[in-house]
Design a protein around this ligand. Structure first.
Ligand code: XMP
Length: 517
């Protein structure tokens, strides 16, 4: 399948470049910017290479450099922002700091016709984010576009088939950015649009069958989108008798979650589904513990222990372990692609002794490892997984345990479960759920005085959170319609006796995080 390779030098938007390219049907892969370009990477179907942006300046010590081989390939090369500057510096041009950073929207004046800007009108609005600029173009490179501040914006080396953009075509604020990327990928590189979800199911299915043969495969199901879709794909690809699914109820799940997960997997043809009731095991270990890090550690360790105990009693002999790892997880955990600097998310299922042991023996199957979150959602829909699960907001491994501030008890789990259920149901009813990236409730330790009937009451303060985000790395507060917020608040306080007051969290990330603990 034709593909485009992106060399990542650490920009926040590298993944977006990959996403955009896949969006118009061409397969793309991201690698560390400094990776050695071996024949295994540079296969025949690689039709072009993109050098990404970076938080570094090219003249800074430690600034990442690509394998020099990238400049003598027979395929087109596009540098974006730092990538353009890198390419310039590496060909004898010069990059220098600007006195005033160029940031945000900037109109581009096209000075000379070139294939990258074919069909793009003069004066289109680009999106800039740079503190360095090209002081001198490299020999052989023509300056074919200028920003509205008169700074170099587009470069072109006809002979070498190399292109450079100072702005970011991948961000939504860049008008015609997608067209520019498509010009590069489809017209200049000539990559065919061969990437589709049907094709993925076919190819990934064949790969899994070849690897697993007739062995058993175990998948630990969390109830989230990723593991459920991974389960759906395994069940479609393999003989369902080979597929073992295990779901651990920690007592910190949302209302109805365990039942819903089980019903869905059965509908997808699951034959060996183990629903482990570990509520007492988890909650008794958490008794009296209020430090967030300690809680996370206890929950993580308990997952490992329960998994080991239960697997030993349910599966005999050797087996493959499947995981719902996504492309972004791979990038975030720095496994061979992307940049390590931005690891924010921690996964309870990455790096456990079980996973490590299976990895060492080559017995890990990760059927979603080349997919982005919304591709997983599309795949889930194609596999016939319920829309409610496919579009579910992310839910952290430690579950309600980190949404109950302070110590966790069964009673607090019950209160939070009831309140959160009302909140989420209302978001669905009001058609707001899909506008939000992640919404949930937090049970605080604050108690406040209120009036219930004729009596004064002393109830919990519940915080509602709703954020919009692309990937959870940064997040903005959802601009909640006030009318809905007021109505939801009163529904909650009227139905959950223990809650006396509802507040809405208006903190963005950064500086806050999405979860409270
Ligand atoms: P924060 O709170 O760090 O969260 O802004 C970013 C995203 O990661 C999720 N999250 C977790 N997921 N185990 C997980 O599997 C965890 O310990 C964990 N902590 C946070 C969070 O829900 C958000 O989507």
């Amino acid at each position: 399948m034709d593909k485009i390779i992106i060399l990542d030098f650490g920009s926040q938007t590298t993944q977006l470049i990959g996403r955009r390219i896949r969006d118009f049907g061409v397969y793309s892969e991201i690698y560390h910017g400094d990776i050695e370009l071996t024949p295994e990477i540079l296969t025949e179907d690689v039709k072009g290479v993109i050098l990404s942006g970076s938080p570094y300046s090219v003249y800074e010590e430690g600034a990442p450099k690509p394998d020099r081989a990238v400049y003598s390939l027979d395929i087109p090369l596009l540098g974006i922002c730092y990538g353009f500057q890198r390419m310039t510096e590496d060909h004898g041009g010069k990059v220098a700091p600007l006195e005033k950073k160029e940031y945000g929207r900037s109109r581009i004046c096209i000075k000379e016709k070139n294939p990258l800007l074919e069909g793009i009108p003069d004066g289109f609005v680009s999106w800039m984010s740079h503190g360095d600029s090209l002081d001198r173009m490299a020999p052989g490179f023509a300056l074919v576009g200028l920003s509205e501040h008169g700074l170099p914006a587009v470069g072109y080396n006809r002979e070498k088939n190399m292109y450079g953009l100072q702005f970011h075509p991948e961000v939504t604020h860049c008008e015609r950015g997608l067209d520019i990327l498509e010009n590069f990928v489809c017209s200049i590189c000539g990559a065919n649009k061969e990437w589709s979800m049907d094709r993925y199911i076919e190819e990934e299915g064949a790969k899994i069958r070849a690897r697993v043969g007739s062995e058993k495969v175990l998948l630990l199901i969390s109830g989230g989108v990723d593991s459920t879709v991974a389960g759906g794909l395994l069940l479609k690809t393999l003989d369902p008798d080979q597929v073992y699914l295990m779901y651990i109820d920690t007592g910190m799940m949302r209302k109805g979650e365990s039942e819903e997960v089980a019903a869905n997997l059965k509908e997808l043809g699951a034959r060996h589904l183990f629903l482990i009731d570990a509520r007492d095991r988890f909650l008794s270990r958490l008794e009296g513990v209020s430090d967030p890090e300690k809680k996370r550690k206890i929950i993580g360790d308990m997952f490992i222990r329960v998994q080991e105990e239960e697997i030993n009693s349910h599966i005999a002999g050797d087996y493959f372990l499947a995981q719902g790892t996504l492309y972004t997880d791979l990038i975030e955990s720095g496994k061979g692609v992307g940049n390590k600097a931005n690891v924010i998310k921690s996964h309870h299922n990455v790096g456990t002794p079980l996973v490590e042991a299976k990895r060492e023996k080559g017995l890990i199957v990760e059927p979603l490892e080349m997919l982005y979150k919304d591709e997983v959602r599309r795949l889930g829909t194609l596999l016939g997984i319920d829309g409610k699960i496919v579009h579910r907001h992310p839910f952290p491994g430690p579950g309600l345990g980190i949404r109950i501030i302070g110590d966790v008890t069964e009673e607090k789990c019950r209160i939070l479960r009831e309140a959160d259920y009302i909140y989420i149901q209302e978001l669905h009813k009001r058609d707001l759920y899909r506008e939000i990236w992640q919404a949930f409730s937090v049970l605080t330790t604050v108690r406040s005085v209120g009036v219930a009937g004729d009596a004064r009451d002393y109830g919990y303060v519940l915080a509602l959170r709703a954020v919009v985000s692309l990937d959870g790395m940064t997040a903005d507060v959802y601009d909640f319609p006030m009318k809905d917020l007021l109505e939801i608040s009163s529904l909650i306080t009227n139905s959950v006796r223990e809650i006396g007051r509802v507040v809405y969290d208006i903190s963005s990330k950064p500086p806050a995080t999405i979860e409270w603990e």
